[in-house]
Design a protein around this ligand. Structure first.
Ligand code: NAP
Length: 256
């Protein structure tokens, strides 16, 4: 009997953990999917495919061709297009799908958050005399800050990149290259040594990127916090363990 094939939509630490756990099992076949936007990503254990599927139609065709039995959407909570496409394609093909949707961070005593609805709004919310601004929003969001020509930015990204053709970045932009997870000690040191006055962050949730938020609280720095996009429509769980438990139920129901 062929083993049920499980698709993990990845690009996150949770996607790596899921792949690590599931490839060890002899009763299922696992494939992880990466968007292919990072040149040297951390590669999940087991089989990996890279690059977009080609929208809902492409993903629908892929699910059929590959006879996918279940999908775990472990993409980043801000990867809203991929999650919505997965919902649509899974519904069309009738494949069980769960979204691993980690809870957003919540404000703690001492936090100085300015909450905004989008990265564009975050760029507009930076005060003119802000001082040096730490951008923790990722490489793909740099262009959103291009109009803030007088602000000194420090962006943390995984690896050196050039602007895409026609893309503008803010003129006063420096980089620090590093891949998370980051510790509180590291992030506190970075904020102090780099003379950071304001942080811009997405509300990613989870532990891997939280250190800068805790360090900002300690140092009494404001954080311009980009709120989550709307959650995906389909079934959601909050932890890797809950996603694995969901998969057990799906696999058991196939046996009946
Ligand atoms: P997005 O806006 O939701 O997706 C844009 C397009 O990229 C999708 O329509 C899909 O192309 C392709 N895509 C995205 N994730 C994919 C995956 N895992 N496998 C195959 N194709 C994928 O996503 P995004 O915000 O650009 O994020 C891209 C990747 O980076 C995701 O895998 C996400 O987990 C990871 N990531 C994102 C963030 C963030 O802040 N957004 C942070 C950390 C990691 P097609 O329509 O052609 O299928």
């Amino acid at each position: 009997m062929t083993r049920p094939r499980i698709l993990i939509l990845g690009g996150t630490g949770d996607g790596l953990t899921l792949a690590d756990t599931l490839v060890a099992r002899a009763d299922i076949d696992v494939v992880s999917s990466l968007a292919g936007v990072t040149e040297a990503p951390r590669v999940p254990a087991g089989r990996v495919r890279r690059g977009g599927f080609g929208g809902v139609a492409g993903l629908t065709a892929y699910l059929r061709e590959q006879a996918i039995a279940a999908i775990i959407d472990a993409t980043h909570p801000f990867a809203a297009t991929m999650s919505a496409n997965a919902d649509a394609a899974a519904t069309l093909v009738g494949v069980p799908l769960v979204h691993l949707w980690r809870p957003p961070w919540t404000r703690a005593a001492g936090d100085r958050w300015i909450e905004v609805a989008s990265v564009t709004d975050a760029a507009a919310a930076i005060p003119d005399a802000a001082g040096r601004v730490f951008l923790a929003t990722g490489r793909s969001e740099l262009a959103a800050f291009a109009a803030r020509k007088t602000i000194d930015f420090l962006a943390r990204i995984v690896q050196p990149v050039q602007p895409a053709a026609g893309e503008q970045w803010p003129p006063r932009l420096a980089f620090v290259y590093a891949r998370g997870p980051f510790s509180l000690v590291e992030d506190r040191r970075l904020l102090i040594e780099q003379n950071i006055a304001v942080i811009v962050s997405k509300n990613s949730g989870g532990a891997a990127a939280y250190a800068k938020i805790a360090a900002a609280r300690e140092l009494e720095l404001p954080v311009i916090m980009v709120r989550r996009p709307l959650p995906p429509r389909g079934q959601r769980v909050e932890t890797v363990a809950a996603a694995l438990a969901w998969l057990e139920v799906v696999l058991a129901s196939r046996m009946n």
